[in-house]
Design a protein around this ligand. Structure first.
Ligand code: FAD
Length: 317
């Protein structure tokens, strides 16, 4: 099979990640239709190339040596409202989805306004904030198995959503094509007011507009098997502030160690939000990985808690 004309070679991935870090993709293509997605997958399969599906690149740390297979960017942007449901292609951005909902008098998605990702990436990671999560809205996902090209439809239960988790993380061969969301009718003006409030809070507390990948580490569920809640609360009384919550914020643990501003080369722990790492300009993946390692080691040494990356590492194997 001939290489599809849309496939480019040796394309730098830094410009496709919000972190602005990453080496080249050996092959890179943007797919705007399902047919193009299938054509590209068939070609990659025949050429025995690994495939990495890219959304808005807001949750990835791409290695300095890039990705040795095909990076398939999901540029499918169709979004329709049918009654109280929205059917959105994987490439639709979360703010666009929120706007479509509110324009059509649908509520329940306002929390997602500041998530700089796509539907595909956000479903896969069960993105969430301000008390909302993708799992609360997803009715159905249409996915393609990248190894066979077969289409599958999954209902909410089959997506196995959990905290920053879904079935799609367990089965990386599944590419999300589109999602169906269920919302409820409501007052749009109230929705827009909520959007403004969430946006203001995000600007005040997080590194909006910076080169970063959002939260680098998952918050730590108290229910995790290796967490001894009573022992931790006795050891670190300040954690009592979160004892009624489901999670210990990773940012709290990092901040308590005085790591805000800690820097390796051109990447640094944010001064504003300790769970963000910022590329100060010309930062490298190597520096970011070293910084993640230092943070993890310090947190583990002090609290005996192993932080788990929320950011997706790409091209490091
Ligand atoms: C400033 C900032 C704030 C953020 N705030 C939040 C927040 O409040 N809450 C939150 O949860 N996250 C937050 N994030 C992280 C990020 O925006 C989300 O995780 C988002 O859902 C990622 O979507 P994406 O399209 O950018 O995915 P990408 O970064 O492109 O990809 C992430 C992963 O999803 C996979 N993927 C992407 N598209 C598909 C698809 N169609 N099918 C299958 N797999 C796919 C990729 O292969 C990769 O493994 C923030 C990030 C930044 C930079």
């Amino acid at each position: 099979m001939l290489k599809p004309v849309s496939v480019k070679e040796n394309i730098s991935l830094a410009g496709f990640s919000v972190f602005r870090i990453g080496g080249p993709a050996r092959y890179f293509a943007e797919a705007a239709t399902k047919e193009e997605v299938l054509r590209l997958l068939a070609w990659a399969s025949e050429a025995s190339l690994p495939v990495f599906v890219l959304g808005a690149g807001s949750n990835v740390l791409i290695s300095d040596s890039g990705f040795s297979g095909l990076v398939l960017k999901m540029d499918l942007f169709h979004c329709v409202v049918e009654g109280e449901r929205i059917i959105a292609d994987a490439g639709v951005s979360m703010p666009q989805l929120v706007n479509s909902a509110l324009r059509n008098g649908l509520r329940g998605m306002e929390w997602a306004i500041g998530i700089p990702g796509t539907v595909g990436g956000s479903v896969r990671g069960n993105a969430g904030c301000f008390g909302g999560e993708m799992k609360d809205l997803v009715q159905e996902i249409v996915a393609i198995d990248t190894t066979t090209g077969a289409e599958r439809t999954l209902n909410n239960a089959q997506c196995c959503f959990g905290y920053r988790h879904s079935y799609f993380k367990e089965r990386p061969s599944l590419l999300i094509l589109r999602a169906v969301f269920g919302l409820s009718r409501g007052e749009s003006e109230e929705g827009y007011a909520l959007v403004r409030a969430h946006s203001q809070r995000r600007i005040a507390e997080q590194d909006v507009g910076q080169r970063c990948a959002g939260c680098m580490f998952k918050n730590v569920p108290w229910s995790r098997r290796d967490i001894d809640k009573q022992k931790l609360l006795a050891h670190i009384p300040a954690l009592r502030a979160f004892s009624g919550n489901a999670h210990i914020p990773a940012a709290f643990l990092i901040d308590a160690l005085g790591l805000k501003g800690f820097r390796i080369g051109n990447v640094a722990v944010s001064q504003k939000h300790a769970n963000y790492i910022i590329n100060l300009g010309k930062g490298s993946a190597e520096q970011a990985i070293m910084l993640l390692g230092v943070v993890k080691e310090r947190v583990h040494r002090t609290y005996q808690i192993l932080l788990e990356e929320e950011v997706q590492l790409v091209g490091f194997d």
